[in-house]
Design a binder for this molecule. Sequence first.
Ligand code: 0X9
Ligand code: CA
Ligand code: ZN
Length: 324
Amino acid sequence: VSASAPSDYHSYASMMRAVDTYVAQYPNLLRKQVIGRSYQGRDIIAVKLSSNVAVDENKPEVLFTHNMHAREHLTVEMALYTLRELASQYGRDQRVTRMLDQREIWVIPSINPDGKVYDQDSGRFRMWRKNRQPNSGSSAVGTDINRNWAYRWGCCGGSSGSPGSETYRGPSAHSAPETRVVADFVRSRIVGGKQQISAHIDFHTYGELVLWPYGFTYNDTAPGLTQDDRNAHAAVGQAMARSNGYRAQQSSDLYITDGSIGDWMWGDQKIFSYTFEMYPRSSSGGGFYPPGSVINRETARNKEAVLLLLENADCMYRSIGKEA
Ligand code: 0X9
Ligand code: CA
Ligand code: ZN
């Protein structure tokens, strides 16, 4: 597989321009909001996608997060694809129209803009993963945002306490501004005591996997995760995996992590949460930097999975025949 160049993928700046273009093109369907700033002060945005987008309606909400890991640039393309594809198919495709009428969708295209810029903007890729926050008492830079979440943070050998590690969990839970921005945004969707977001996908690369919580334990069930909760996660996860050809499994079947976003989403907020590992399946497909020629195919590959999650989001337990 030929390697890619940084210019094959949207940069942070061109991603922001693309979002502004789509919002200008579909003002009744798309709305951009700055939800906070990265360590270095870059805007972290959420784009809302729904009919009647200016109004907070009483519809199940679904969240898609992207680019928590700096070098996983294909996930930014996934965010832009979702915005473009769903907005352009409104009023044309029946399923898309129904979902934009009956759901409120939030897309955060880049959780880690500082890391993305550092990885991409010098003219050659730097294999960077973490954010760009300095660490006191160390010359090593960065926290792994996906080990920084405040649910069983650092509990279980699934992260590192060393600033130089690729999986450094940070000095405390939510020590990374980027984690705080997204956590505060998610908590801001509690309206009248009820979390409005029912389902979430965090897009990563690579491995072609659909993963569900928990990551901190090998056990299928755990405090706050009943057999029904696990089975509903698995049923929708397996349906999504059938649609895109990924493999579906519990997160910890890959390896144990603690402080990952999915464990917090479910453990703290009771949001059904999936981690997608996009193309390629293995390093031979280009690893974190597949050629730009695969972008269209590998983003469209997840259209059906995105629609399946949206369609299930009003009642995830319907997937196991247990409608509330
Ligand atoms: O290690 C991660 O944060 C994710 N993989 S990546 O290669 N994109 O860095 C996987 C997180 C999923 N959770 C667990 N495996 N427990
Ligand atoms: Ca709402
Ligand atoms: Zn990742």
